[in-house]
Design a protein around this ligand. Structure first.
Ligand SMILES: [Zn+2]
Ligand SMILES: [Zn+2]
Length: 463
């Protein structure tokens, strides 16, 4: 039995780990590499394994860095089964087509530039047709139920508390009369986050493969995030400006709506109209409402009272471009939540263009902004920013809330490893930049006296 990380090793994107056991080849996740264009482009296009030789993919959750290369391997010959929770399958059904759409846009832009230089056209990584073929291969199973995947191989999903449908993947492998359990943490959420349940800590595997995104960092507590959110809303409403929130469509948008709803119920903020201006956010919210089985107790209560944060009187989803544009002409105070999360593309750019020069307005950053993005320029409070190739003076305030992270911090990861890793002979850390992974490794080695490994990409680990 062996496992080989072919992505997200000493890095965060491209999550895919090949398990070879019981005569089968099972891939845990099939994520897309993101970041440096040329480098990721190469890694996304050709796999380190033959996709046709893979018997099954077990998908931990729908984020593109975990699922985004499913259509690629289908295009390259994969014909096995894709196993996930029901909610992960449904989110994939909106996120994978969106990914194909983004790639088509990117490649058209690149090809325009290449044609000017007399270079031949490039093909997109995959197209809608490949996405549809991938979606046909899904089999979904509920949380907690062991499923016989192959002879000697059982798979079980446990709540990971990260996004809707997110799971830890447990594989029970029986070979030569011996049973070995392997647990892959997927991405782990934090305790006490809204909407979703806390991560399930009941597994005690022989071998633990876990994430380390924030292995060396602590997050702000969620209560501080609520205080700051209420302060920003109150101030902006008094000044008569708008609150512009760039946000990822899946997960973060629903959480921000949830927090706004809780603040309204507690009468801590004025009743401002909330516009969610992104077609993907609308679709993702619909998928959330289809999966009440994934909700925590408080969210179930809200659903039962028909008081969900998504259908309250103040919330409006704008679907077509005209409604989106109309928001620019409305000068009254309002909250606009729009994508993309890092302000790289999408409708958020129009709202930023129209409000960045208004000192009454606030740009509220609720998520991570990578280097070299417009979002990062805003976080750095740059005096001028470039939008659609034009330079704008920034007069709007920029506020940053760090407390909304969907990942466990170093305390959370340590606590998880100390409980779930109790029986594990070895803990292997993936899905973290080197510095973060090594910092967690040192802490786990010292605190738990365990064998802790931080593998490099393609390094074979024997179980
Ligand atoms: Zn994730
Ligand atoms: Zn991830």
């Amino acid at each position: 039995m062996k496992i080989t990380p072919h992505g997200a090793a000493r890095a965060v994107t491209g999550s895919q780990h090949l398990v070879e056991a019981c005569g089968r080849r099972i891939l845990l996740d099939c994520g897309m590499f993101q970041g440096h264009r040329q480098e990721s482009e190469k890694l996304n296009r050709s796999q380190a394994y033959d996709p046709a030789s893979i018997d099954a993919v077990v998908l931990s959750h729908a984020h593109i860095d975990h699922s985004g290369n499913l259509p690629t391997i289908v295009k390259n010959g994969f014909r096995g089964t894709i196993v996930s929770t029901f909610a992960t399958r449904d989110l994939s059904a909106i996120m994978l087509p969106d990914s194909a759409h983004i790639q088509r846009g990117d490649i058209e832009y690149l090809n325009r530039k290449r044609r000017k230089k007399g270079l031949p056209d490039l093909q997109p990584l995959y197209e809608m047709d490949d996405v549809m073929k991938a979606l046909e291969l899904f089999v979904s199973i509920p949380y907690g139920r062991p499923f016989d995947l192959f002879d000697g191989v059982k798979v079980r999903f446990l709540e990971a508390g990260h996004i809707l449908g997110s799971s830890q993947v447990e594989l029970e492998l029986r070979e030569g009369g011996k049973t070995t359990t392997l647990l892959f943490s997927g991405d782990l959420g934090r305790k006490g986050r809204p909407i979703l349940r806390d991560p399930d800590l009941s597994a005690r595997p022989d071998f633990l493969l876990m994430e380390s995104t924030y292995g060396g960092r602590l997050h702000e507590p969620p209560e501080e995030a609520m205080d700051k959110l209420s302060e920003v809303l109150n101030r902006t409403s008094e000044s008569g400006g708008k609150v512009i929130v760039p946000s990822f469509s899946v997960g973060r948008t629903q959480e921000v709506l949830y927090y706004l709803h809780e603040l309204l119920i507690a009468d801590r903020v004025p009743q401002l109209p909330i516009y969610v201006d992104s077609p993907l956010s609308f679709n993702a919210t619909e998928v959330y409402m289809l999966h009440p089985e994934c909700f925590d107790a408080r969210m179930r209560e809200l659903v039962q009272d028909r008081q969900t944060p998504f259908n309250s009187e103040s919330v409006r989803f704008t679907q077509n471009v005209e409604d989106s544009k109309a928001l620019n002409h409305d000068t009254s105070p309002m909250i606009i939540i729009s994508a993309s999360g890092m302000c790289e593309n999408g409708r958020i750019l129009h709202h930023l263009k129209n409000n960045v020069g208004d000192p009454r307005s606030t740009i509220l950053v609720v998520g991570f902004m990578a280097a070299n993005t417009l979002g990062r320029r805003l976080v750095e409070r740059a005096p001028t920013v470039s939008i659609f190739g034009e330079s704008y003076e920034r007069k709007a305030r920029v506020e940053v809330i760090n407390g909304f992270s969907a990942h466990a911090d170093s305390e959370g990861l340590y606590a998880y490893a100390s409980v779930v890793g109790e029986r594990a002979g070895r803990i292997t850390l993936v899905h973290g930049e080197e510095e973060q992974a090594l910092s967690l490794r040192d802490r786990l080695r010292e605190g738990l006296q365990k064998d802790v490994l931080v593998p490099r990409m393609h390094e074979v680990i024997r179980l």
